[in-house]
Write a protein that binds this ligand. Sequence first.
Ligand SMILES: [Fe+2]
Ligand SMILES: [Fe+2]
Length: 367
Amino acid sequence: MALDTLAPDKAGNLAARIETPPAETSGAEPDAAQLLFGAEDPPPFPEMNIFPLEWRVETPKLQAIYDSARDPGWAPNKLPWDTLDPNAFTLDQRYAISYWFTLLSVFDGSGPAVFSRAFIHTWETHEEDPIRKCFFSIVRDEVNHEEICQRAIQAMTPNGPLDFEPETPLGQLARNNIKWYYHNGCRYWSGFQKGVLKFQLPILFTSFLMGEVASSTLFHSMYQKTSIPVFKECFKRVGQDEARHMGICLTVLETILPNLTDEQREIITKQIRAGFVFLSGILYLPPEDFWELGPTFRPAHKMLEEVAREAGLGILTDEERRENWRTAVLKLKGLLDPYGVEFPALPEIGIDGKTVAFDPDDIIPVF
Ligand SMILES: [Fe+2]
Ligand SMILES: [Fe+2]
């Protein structure tokens, strides 16, 4: 008789009414050793699955970096946004500042989605625990960087970057340029999703490093140059985060680079060219190899940068940016040279090297 069919037992005699269990289970329950005799393993765990979970630590230094990154020491909502008065700028200056942060958002605003995809991949490939944890901290940082783009754009052009009506010709040009940049952002995202699954860890991390070298360089220089207080604070904080991301990539590469195969070296050479082409879109000028841009893009871009520069945003001149980018890329070259990685030719910034084919699907750097 099932217990739930019994009438309420107000007198508390329930135990007495339970039927005696069958004899074969009452006195002869198997012990663990007996049970083990009949145990069976499940089918093998499939490749590229996040299970089984494990917490291997192979690089204690990465664990230490993660521990120091647990608290980034700042938050976008705590920055002095109340000191940013849109009315202190002309309409065109507002459009131009918003424009620049929108260009930045193709790189830094894609960070949360791009790194989340890479983060999941570190689970699928069962990377050691501190690598996964470091990626988690990068995802968190990138969400903060995206919020910087969001707040700057919303302050200067409410409902921007696209959902507002610019009132001047320069504002209209800005919006047209933004559509073209987002068009290329879409192509990058499509390529990245395939690339992150296709390439092995050494390739991914060299490309990631390229992005982090670029971003820390960019924010450091703009921090020094901007005259707008809240943006100075933004560039300082974001730059600190990016330098930490660079440290993570360098630490991972310390163990990977000495064990490269010839094939991996060749892919890295191509990857650096691909990374350069993509990242030049914010570090310098967008090269034609990848960037599909409308007929008015380049002259409009120059005008908008000039107006944002006059407004005090801290955009370096073309010549300063070329020098900056060149110095950063040469640092990367110095790091890779000892491991026999040939550097690609980057004639745009005066660096000689191997001429390599370019494939838009190879673009996987992250900011
Ligand atoms: Fe970032
Ligand atoms: Fe980063």
